[in-house]
Design a protein around this ligand. Sequence first.
Ligand code: 5GP
Length: 120
Amino acid sequence: MTYSYDPANIFARIMRGEIPNKTVLETAHTLAFHDIHPQAPFHVLVIPKGAYVTFDDFARRASAEELVDFHRAAARVCDMAGEGGYRCITNAGMHGMQEVPHYHLHILGGRIMGRLVEQA
Ligand code: 5GP
């Protein structure tokens, strides 16, 4: 996929402080906050502060420092999901039905998540 980053996307606006959020964790390169429409008792979004559109965009272009910071922060959010475990989801593009074009990892927990994907 090819990407151009839209700085008007909602998560960029959250990071600029234009829209409030319920932050659970912030590090040098990463922000984690509650999803506004939670799909499970625990539903937190983890985003890099840098301008990346999708998982593969981030994995390809981010610095080693950003990559480590992001994944260590995500692991701390996984701990917050509790002992029952969690599911990580990231959507990309049209087929992935990505709504916000700034890379984010959904971390969901607090209930059994069901099957991996819906049948089309
Ligand atoms: P996507 O479909 O792009 O993977 O997921 C985007 C997620 O962002 C959705 O789960 C949606 O509820 C969440 N979201 C959209 N707008 C906002 C917002 O303004 N604040 C927060 N906290 N979450 C949002």
